[in-house]
Design a protein around this ligand. Structure first.
Ligand code: ADE
Length: 408
């Protein structure tokens, strides 16, 4: 428990923006008498968000948003040291995972927080009677936002939602630099292989994938990108990466990581074509990107070589190394994004909760983004905490930008 508490404290020291919000919340108590149900990765960074919400007067109940991402020492410390009802065990099975989500909903929250939209989905499918009590729900991740927008399009969404992921101070930093660094961290912790000189294939070129590609390049790997979007593929080419079809890339990949958010990107056909000894992993939210069920079906044998590292041998003798069961490698085999980026993501989450309270009764059942002013304020506070000063527009410059009269 001591380990969890000191981890929480250390992460908190790298989260100055969230700290400022927590201090204000402690004075103003904007979340007084509210219950918040949070389904997030149970990490030392999340613990600091929960403590900020608690300082604001909320009762928070927390469960894991992924069966593999929980830091058990943090969960124990939250429960014992801070009186936060926490329902999460690293490695929990699917049944326990959903039991924990249901337990959080048993607390009858007025605000929910999600990382992947599982709580909102459960609320809409099995706990409909509670929907009337919900002020709103905030969503952390790209995958969750895609699900929620699909619900909105189907007219199935019955509560207001804030897409925290869509704030610039979230996806431009957390997805890019956070996923970039933590995914490499996960690969290294699971395997301890040298990246320099390896052929490193990144499937996808969204913000998360870009971060991974950039960092792998920085470590001396030969980075290949695969994409389905012609604009992103073109960007990858001009960012200096090789771009090719995945069927070709698997033949040369020493390491392949998926970061697309889509299903069966590494499908049944591709396993046969892979280079012998390939290291396979995923950093997308759900474990759907690599068809692990097929790998299980066609394997001749399987053994665990190190924590988070499994060797699959196929009938033709080919070996495939799978990390973290195909779940997100950055949280399954490492500790997720560093606190410095979660600082901004969770500043958005904390402000989203306050925004739901301030806008009670005025919101529609749709997916909102936090106002740009709040996004810019988070960036300003982060820069201040980092000791970085930046320029302001002069009066003349402001006038120039808002006028069409001056030209050639
Ligand atoms: N998502 C990615 N990294 C995370 C972290 N460290 N804590 C909570 N959620 C995360």
């Amino acid at each position: 428990m001591k380990e969890g508490k000191s981890k929480i404290e250390w992460a908190g020291q790298q989260m100055p923006v969230l700290r400022l919000i927590k201090e204000r919340f402690a004075k103003e108590k904007p979340l007084k008498n509210l219950t918040i149900g949070a389904c997030l990765h149970v990490t030392s960074e999340t613990a600091n968000l929960v403590l900020a919400l608690q300082a604001g007067g909320a009762n928070v109940a927390l469960c894991a948003s992924n069966p593999l991402s929980t830091q058990d020492s943090v969960a124990a410390s939250l429960a014992k040291d801070y009186d936060i009802p926490t329902f999460a065990i690293k490695g929990e099975d699917n049944k326990t995972y959903y039991k924990h989500l249901n337990t959080v909903l048993d607390f009858k929250p007025q605000i929910t927080m999600d990382d992947g939209a599982d709580l909102v989905s459960l609320l809409h499918k099995e706990r409909k009677d509670q929907i009337k009590d919900i002020l709103g729900s905030s969503e952390e991740t790209t995958t969750g936002v895609i699900r929620l927008k699909a619900m909105e399009k189907d007219k199935a969404l019955k509560i207001p939602v804030i897409a925290v992921n869509d704030s610039d101070t979230k996806h431009l930093f957390d997805n890019r630099y956070g996923t970039g660094q933590s995914s490499i961290d996960g690969i290294i912790r699971a395997t301890n292989v040298l990246l320099a000189g390896k052929t490193f294939v990144v499937a996808g070129y969204g913000w998360c994938a870009r971060g991974v590609a950039q960092r792998a390049k920085g470590m001396g790997a030969h980075v290949v990108v695969t994409e389905v979007d012609p604009i992103k593929a073109l960007e990858a080419v001009m960012d200096g990466f090789m771009v090719m079809q995945i069927a070709k890339a698997v033949r040369i990949a020493d390491i392949l990581i998926t970061a697309t958010g889509d299903k069966h990107v590494v499908n049944a056909k591709l396993f046969e074509q892979m280079k012998d000894g390939i290291i396979l992993c995923n950093t997308g939210h759900f474990d759907v990107e690599i068809d692990v069920a097929h790998l299980e079906k066609v394997k001749k044998s399987k053994r665990t070589l190190r924590p988070s590292l499994e060797e699959y041998v196929l009938n033709n003798g080919k070996k495939i190394y799978l990390l973290a069961e195909g779940r997100l490698v950055n949280l399954g085999a490492a500790e997720g994004h560093p606190a410095e980026v979660m600082d901004m993501s969770f500043a958005n989450q904390a402000l989203a909760a306050e925004w739901f309270v301030k806008n009670k009764g005025k919101l529609k059942n749709k997916v909102y983004v936090l106002p740009k002013k709040m996004d810019r304020e988070i960036a300003r506070l982060k820069l201040k905490a980092m000791g970085v000063s930046f320029d302001r527009l002069t009066g003349e410059q402001k006038r120039y930008l808002s006028s069409w009269h001056e030209g050639t």
